[in-house]
Design a protein around this ligand. Sequence first.
Ligand code: GMT
Length: 374
Amino acid sequence: MKIGIVCYPTFGGSGVLATELGKALADKGYIVHFITYQQPVRLDSFHPNIFYHEVTVPTYPLFDFPPYESALSSTLVDVISNEGLDLLHVHYAIPHASSAYLANQILRKTGKNIPFITTLHGTDITLVGKDKMYESVVTFSINESDAITAVSEDLKDETLRSFVIEKEIHVIPNFVDIKRFSQSNKEHFKKMLAPNGEKILAHVSNFRKVKRVEDVIRTFHKIHKELPCKLLMIGDGPERQSMEQLCRELGTCDDVRFLGKQEKLEEILSITDLFLLPSAYESFGLAALEAMGCQVPVISSNAGGIPEINIHGVTGFLTEVGDVEAMANYSLELLTNEVKLAQFKQNAWQQAQKFNIDNIVPMYEKLYKSLVTE
Ligand code: GMT
């Protein structure tokens, strides 16, 4: 089967998931065509079954806003017809679902009709999609999709609460490749970052408001008063500068390292003792799952779909959004008790196995096969 995948190619969770899915499908013999405006960051090596088509948006002095959506639809028409795709799988509703709809309408005029699946990832529904400016297009293009999937039960419920959806939403949870995201011995690296055996905490995100990065810094500040520890801040985004400033004000900057965007995340997670994810909303929390694959327990908020992966008192702890005090207390409870910490690390790893790529990709394959009659 020839599958076209449309996604945001950046470090965001939806792009990561879409790319890992495409790679896994290619390994299974599917022919996968990525159609994006930039090479996806996780598409880092050659695979004979993977093709990449760049969407370029021609500019013109008249355009204050270059029409990406039209360029994407035209590229889709081109790739679908010339490569003979059987199915299109778009990740993130805006604008991918409406571009897919338009491409399909154009192709129908030539007698070609291929199904398209829209996978909802979170902010396309909870933040951006609900905006009145997008709502009607989002509702329409989701309903026009041949199949809809959501990455958690919570996101499915939220979508049904916020939009009038006429079709079934299949929940297919995100996954982790546990061959890659598993703990490896990086003692030399740990020694470099925590030379005196300090505990290591980490946070990974795109540093947007919804991630509540300030809660990470303030939680760490409280832990730091009680215990020698280090914090690794991975990723980049709008809040980074003010967070660096906050660390200076709190006097923790010697023990907080802002590492920026990292490709070998699994190596950093391998030396991490605790992962912090205090988000105001998270449809799933793929970053936390990847940490759990590397045996890292998670201290998180209880927002959105996070409780579907982080089990309170087992794989970590959940708190109300913004409860920095509770996050610090739970962190200390684990970091000061080696036996408990070891048990939680083991539990986190076990929980990650449930979301192993080998268990989840067949769910997508089943859906594909139900739509494509070969
Ligand atoms: O979290 C982000 O800001 C990135 C966003 C995206 O679309 O790339 O992530 C969303 O999709 C991920 C993959 O399905 C989920 O793991 C994240 O929880 C979700 N983010 C939010 O809901 C805020």
